[in-house]
Design a protein around this ligand. Structure first.
Ligand code: AMP
Ligand code: ZN
Length: 474
């Protein structure tokens, strides 16, 4: 197989991947803050980590993959200002904070399933690790932290080379960090946040620094170390984490070991999914969930394919047109694979190795799925290869890209928009009546049925090149 190179944000270069232990590659992915549904931008981050995990597994590496669940501690600003996102959501809705966390955690896991994102080894919760976070804080407090009335703060000048990972220089970062009174340096951050008198938090714990809650960055240092060890292979997250969250994790790791080790060897960041209107944000009330896409009649895998069409380090623009184009591409792929399945005899064993090699070359180049997709098209269309041989090689593409083309049926992709009230049985019934009318050359009746269906939001598709009889909506 081709040697894998991955872009390391820490060294700002593509590097050959050399696992610490090839028999157990260890990956940590920053998980969601569960105060609301994930938006499709968040989900791009997990399509990316899933691609990474799939490529590694396909190349023969067993994995330990952790995705944490942030159910406490993340403030509305990444840099210790604003409200606690979880507490704020609980206040807004008047609900129990634990119930909110459980609800959105379950919704997140369902999103991953719908996108064919393989389950990680574990989804540890921040709130299950409070004692370990306090112990971590106690270990680093004397040499690296200082007290303020509202908590224990990390002195970022106490570790070598703070912020090496971040792209922006000191001044720019300072401009984006909200001041907390008394902090010694703008980049210093909370290890523990002591509740203010009368703050009335639903989630708080006793600590040597008073009753309160952990700072957000702490959980990832604690859980990555616990589940993956002090030195592990890859840490992933969205590109926003490159500037504050991950530099702070690295600083904590260095403080804890009393050395310059960063924890993970490779730090990888996916770029954003953006909308014309700007960055997608979960804290604004209007944002796109996976369910919103399904409600408009799109299969979740159309969104997965849309993500795969771009390199994970490129910004990707979300638009309904882009999604519709990906959806059409997915339907064509499924149609073509279905046709192959109908024609497949026993495999001849004629190797479709060139396609496997090209797939390997594409994804070995820093997970270039955009380059792997045309290889998939060529494989499916290669008439020199017996259908069964093409299908056998397709299994490799399914393993890496997660589109499950060998399992999908055309009908699976027919997602009914939420706004539509007519069901598939009724549509089929009316189409049968229309076929009868046409057979009897009663074209007025046939046209009338088509118009009735159009009135119900169903477009009749005579002579559709993909062989669809009808579709709902746009
Ligand atoms: P959060 O729930 O806000 O902690 O975010 C979960 C993951 O989504 C993190 O890895 C973020 O960096 C990532 N993320 C947030 N917004 C976007 C976006 N618009 N596009 C891609 N990734 C994002
Ligand atoms: Zn994290």
């Amino acid at each position: 197989m081709t040697a894998l190179t991955l872009y390391n944000s820490l060294t700002r270069s593509a590097e050959p991947f050399r696992p610490i232990d090839p028999a157990n590659v260890r990956i940590y992915s920053c998980g969601p803050t569960v105060y609301n549904y994930a938006h499709v931008g968040n989900l791009r981050a997990y399509v990316f980590t899933d691609t990474l995990a799939r490529v590694l597994r396909w190349k023969g590496h067993p994995l330990t993959h952790i995705i944490n669940i942030t159910d406490v501690g993340h403030l509305t600003s990444d840099a210790d200002a604003g409200d606690d996102k979880m507490e704020a959501a609980a206040k807004r809705s008047g609900q129990d904070i634990w119930a909110i966390a459980a609800h959105y955690t379950a919704a997140f896991k369902q999103n991953l399933k719908d996108l064919h994102i393989a389950d990680p080894t574990a989804f540890p919760l921040a709130t299950d690790h409070i004692a370990e976070m306090i112990a971590f804080g106690e270990t680093i407090a004397d040499r690296h932290c200082y007290r303020l009335p509202d908590g224990l703060y990390f002195d970022t000048t106490s570790v070598p080379d703070y912020g090496r990972l971040a792209r922006t220089g000191g001044d720019e970062v300072e401009g984006r960090i909200d001041p907390v009174a008394g902090k010694r340096h703008p980049q210093d951050f909370a290890i523990w946040r002591t509740s203010a008198p009368g703050e009335n938090r639903q989630m708080e714990w006793d600590s040597p620094w008073g009753r309160g809650a952990p700072g957000w960055h702490l959980e990832c240092s604690v859980m990555s170390r616990k589940y993956l060890g002090a030195a592990f292979d890859i840490h992933t997250g969205g590109i926003d984490h490159r500037e504050i969250h991950h530099p702070n994790e690295i600083a904590q790791n260095q403080a804890y070991c009393g050395c310059a080790d960063t924890g993970a060897t490779i730090w990888m960041h996916n770029n954003f999914l953006v909308e014309r209107a700007g960055k997608m944000s979960k804290s604004s009330n209007e944002f796109l969930t996976l369910q919103a896409l399904v409600d408009r009649g799109f299969h979740p895998l159309a969104y997965r394919l849309m993500c795969l069409q771009a390199h994970y380090r490129s910004e990707l623009e979300f638009s309904w047109d882009n999604l519709a184009a990906a959806s059409t591409r997915l339907k064509r792929l499924v149609q073509a694979v279905t046709a192959l399945r109908h024609r497949a005899d026993a495999p001849t064993g004629t190797a479709a190795d060139t396609y496997r090699t090209q797939l390997d070359e594409a994804v070995s180049e820093d997970l270039n799925t955009a380059k792997a997709l045309p290889v998939l098209d060529s494989l499916i269309a290669d008439k020199r290869l017996a259908p069964a041989d093409r299908l056998a090689t397709l299994a490799d593409f399914d393993a890496v890209l997660g589109l499950d083309l060998l399992m999908l049926h055309r009908e699976d992709l027919r997602v009914r928009p939420a706004s539509s009230e007519i069901d598939a049985g009724e549509i089929e019934g009316r189409l049968a009546a229309r076929r009868d009318a046409r057979a009897a050359k009663d074209f007025a009746r046939s046209d009338a049925i088509r118009d009735e269906l159009a009135g119900l939001g169903v477009e009749v598709m005579d002579g559709d090149p993909l062989g669809w009889d009808w579709r709902i909506g746009a």
